[in-house]
Design a protein around this ligand. Sequence first.
Ligand code: M6R
Length: 366
Amino acid sequence: SKGDYEHYMLKEIFEQPSTIKNTLFSHLNTENSDIHFENLDELKEKLVKAKRIIIVSCGTSWHAGIVGEYIIEELARIPVEVEYASEFRYRNPIITKDDIVMAISQSGETADTLAALRYSKAQGATTFCICNVFNSSMARECDFTAYTYAGAEIGVASTKAFTAQVAVVSLLAIQLGLERNEISQEKANALVKEIKTIPSVVNQIFATDDHIKTVAKNYTETTSFLFLGRGINFPIALEGALKLKEISYIHAEGYPAAEMKHGPIAMIEESLPTVIIATNNEYYDKLVSNAQEVKARKGPIVAVVNDDDNEMIDTADYVFKVPRVSDMLQPIVSVIPLQLFSYHVAVLKGCNVDQPRNLAKSVTVE
Ligand code: M6R
């Protein structure tokens, strides 16, 4: 049930401290915080020696895949490709028995993702899935399943499943990095220690919900949005845009911030707001200059920044503050205000947020 919440989506957004926690602690040894994935033993060797991981997924799960690509490549130094399941399966992809094909799916039933997995399996690849539904088709058919423990997700717009997927992929990357000697035990311990704080970090962001709602009130008549992010926050720009378009029907495009000058900048004007995810990482200064370029063309700016931000705050019209965490863990945190923002815009517009038009929770047709 929705309990005290007006919509499932809001309930599910607010459940994230506990769903992230459940997911993390299902894969962490309570005594020593070692990472473990049940039944992975026989596949571990293959995974650790993998020359390549291909992630296949759709929609929000595809965005989790891109976050995964950045984290796995950074920590484990295994090349990762992220593919739309539909594109991958239809183009006669090159797959060998040395490949690991990893599906990410909330439902475990998405037709294109399932077909991509079956195809890969038939080519001899090792198949792996990160999935939220116990015993789903993908879980049954894959060589290995790492579950997310987000609980049933009812809202069509995926929120808690996404952060749980990112949590699992992060643990996996740390574990692979360690086993491949790409990161030290100390670094792995420090990351695990920090990842355990994420549920309470997410909880802190909820205190800003009223502010997010107030900001949302300015955009109920807006017809188009640009979302920009760089590095590991790039997929969060895509996800922020997808959330907004699917539940509020406002056109929104996510872009890597540096691509702005290769096209989208032509669109910037007073009626096109830009959401910039500018948490404090090595790209921060570049994002500040992107923001200044937008401002110079009278484009309104909403920025997701860290609590200790001191530059973006002067350029943006509105900021959503989030606590600062290691760059690698920032996506789970940065996405929260964007989920809330799209929720409020959609509700203020009178949209049916839990069951947006034309969409189904699980896309089991091709
Ligand atoms: O169940 P799956 O994770 O495989 O679903 C994939 C997409 O259909 C899904 O993420 C969709 O994009 C959501 N409506 C996004 O909020």
